[in-house]
Design a protein around this ligand. Structure first.
Ligand SMILES: Cc1cc2nc3c(=O)[nH]c(=O)nc-3n(C[C@H](O)[C@H](O)[C@H](O)COP(=O)(O)OP(=O)(O)OC[C@H]3O[C@@H](n4cnc5c(N)ncnc54)[C@H](O)[C@@H]3O)c2cc1C
Length: 504
């Protein structure tokens, strides 16, 4: 059942077994999974079926460090989106940010979970094998191509071996034809299901605890129209993205002065994103020409590849993982005349003759405590404290980008992949934007001194509060977090069902 808070009448209290807050990919996945297994689920969503800019305004933050990209109706980037959504990094609407995302699915690599001695605070307390079965089952259910089989395809193995000679590595991602929109994917199931009640247009503003301060007993919610609702459940899951999950924990400070899960001042800390630069080009050389078909962006669905310096080089120079994507730019008449005059031979793929490749350069950043979110004194339209976002970087971040670019430039030329052209704006943090990949604000750790959630994504110090979001990523080296968000949501769903069975 899907109900808007305005249709709910005078009711001010709802009770279910599980309360999920947020209907993005994480929330919709876990809510439907639990409901299919007989759990009585209430899903609270701030947004409505249609985009509403006053609800979106609840996402407004105060930047005190590096700013995010800005809303820009004229942006050439994300032209496929309606103007009011071009440039937003998070969306408050039924279906969350999946309403605007581009649908590239990528596994984290096994090495991404390992601590790297030269990257402070790196590594996860779980490893790749803890997530693999959930990547696989999600891929099957959502109908993605098989990324593991793709990595073993002979052309890819050969391409990988060729660039390995030059200290480069390569990985594949799957690009959906139509990006998963969770409101569409799960909407009719949610409407039909007797086990899910979705309440739209209502925002969770505080979590109330029992006398021991270890159990969340109530999720207090409010709407912009002045409605109030208290939702009770045995288990509460925050699937509100990395910003709002931290905000809700910090704002729940009426019983615990620092907020929930924040005994060691870790909530909102270690905030990372993937700064990106997408205005450079690559003039292709013979190896790119040979593998042009592997670099096509259309038609979708398809697999594509991206590049990075190999692990040995990263270790040798103490570098972070920076990933490079190449997107074909097809020849126009003017380019063609110019090429014919110069006597150059055409580089082709199935879609046409390629003039150059657009270079998207995406960076990892060092997870550090001072890059953080805090509650501000300024209030939003619901009277909640806004977030103050201090997104900042270390010397190692600056060094790593510069050194990686230097090495990639040489190695791309040596491998005959091509030559970069960055003009007067080469990738530097000053001219890079966020990638809409907020991570780390409720990081996973082995103990409450190390993290906000444990390896089951349960908030330390609580018995029944969980986080399903990239908020739990302690490190996010590879680009594209959403497959891992989905796999972790599945893993949490399985864990909660097993726990229920044990307790029955
Ligand atoms: C333009 C764009 C392109 C992208 N492309 C890719 C890509 O190709 N590949 C990739 O891996 N990632 C991509 N991303 C990132 C990806 O969209 C996110 O990682 C993913 O959607 C996050 O899902 P989520 O469920 O964790 O959070 P969200 O989808 O943000 O869901 C959170 C939900 O919680 C709701 N909410 C928040 N606070 C409250 C509250 N207090 N009470 C009630 N409800 C609340 C929100 O309204 C929202 O619906 C892209 C992002 C953007 C913006």
């Amino acid at each position: 059942m899907i109900t808007d808070i305005l249709e709910i009448g005078e009711q001010t209290k709802l009770k279910g077994q599980v309360v999920v807050v947020g209907s993005g990919i994480a929330g919709a996945e876990i809510a439907t999974h639990l409901a299919r297994h007989g759990q009585d689920v209430i899903l609270i969503e701030s947004g409505r079926e249609k985009f509403d800019s006053s609800i979106q305004g609840l996402n407004d933050v105060i930047f005190t460090g590096k700013r995010h990209r800005e809303l820009n109706p004229n942006s050439y980037y994300h032209q496929y989106l309606p103007p009011e959504l071009r440039g937003v990094s998070r969306v408050r609407q039924f279906g969350g940010t999946s309403n605007v995302w581009t649908g590239k699915w990528k596994y984290l690599q096994s090495s991404d979970f390992e601590p790297r001695e030269w990257v402070p605070n790196s590594g996860w307390p779980i490893d790749f094998t803890d997530v693999l079965e959930h990547y696989r089952s999600a891929a099957q259910d959502y109908g993605f191509g098989d990324l593991e089989a793709e990595a073993m395809r002979p052309e890819i193995v050969k391409f990988r071996a060729k660039i390995a000679e030059n200290g480069l590595k390569m990985s594949s991602f799957y690009w959906e034809q139509t990006p998963t929109r969770t409101a569409i994917r799960f909407g009719s199931e949610m409407r039909r299901s007797d086990n899910i009640r979705v309440i739209l247009g209502i925002t969770a503003t505080e979590l109330k605890l029992d006398d021991s301060c270890q159990r969340v007993t109530e999720v207090v919610c409010r709407s912009l129209e002045g409605k109030e609702l208290v939702v009770e459940g045995q288990t509460v899951i925050l699937a509100t993205g990395a910003f709002e999950s931290a905000r809700l924990l910090l704002a729940s400070d009426s019983q615990l002065p620092n907020g929930i899960g924040n005994q060691y001042d870790l909530v909102g800390r270690f905030y990372t994103d993937h700064p990106k630069h997408h205005t450079g080009t690559l003039k292709p050389d013979s190896l790119t020409e040979e593998y042009a078909h592997e670099l096509q962006y259309a038609p979708k669905p398809r697999f594509c590849v991206c590049f990075a310096l190999d692990d040995a080089t990263q270790e040798k120079y103490k570098l972070l993982e920076h990933v490079l994507y190449l997107k074909p730019i097809y020849e126009r008449t003017r380019d063609r005349l110019w090429r014919v005059l110069r006597g150059g031979s055409p580089v082709r793929d199935n879609n046409g003759v390629i003039a150059a490749y657009r270079v998207k350069f995406v960076t990892e950043q060092v997870p550090q405590k001072s890059s953080c979110l805090k509650l501000a004194t300024e209030l939003d339209a619901l009277g909640q404290r806004k977030l103050e976002v201090d997104w900042n970087f270390t010397e190692q971040d600056h060094y790593s980008i510069a050194k990686t670019l230097e090495l990639l430039t040489h190695r791309f030329a040596e491998a005959k992949l091509g030559r970069f052209q960055f003009g007067d704006k080469p990738p530097k943090l000053e001219n890079m934007t966020d990638a809409a990949h907020q991570m780390g604000t409720t990081r996973m750790g082995n103990s409450l001194q190390e993290g906000v959630v444990d390896t089951d994504c349960k908030v330390f110090g609580t018995e029944n509060l969980y986080v399903a979001s990239s908020a739990v990523f302690p490190t996010g080296p590879s680009y594209s977090p959403t497959f891992t968000i989905l796999a972790l949501a599945r893993r949490l769903g399985q864990h909660l069902l097993q726990k229920t069975l044990v307790n029955q």
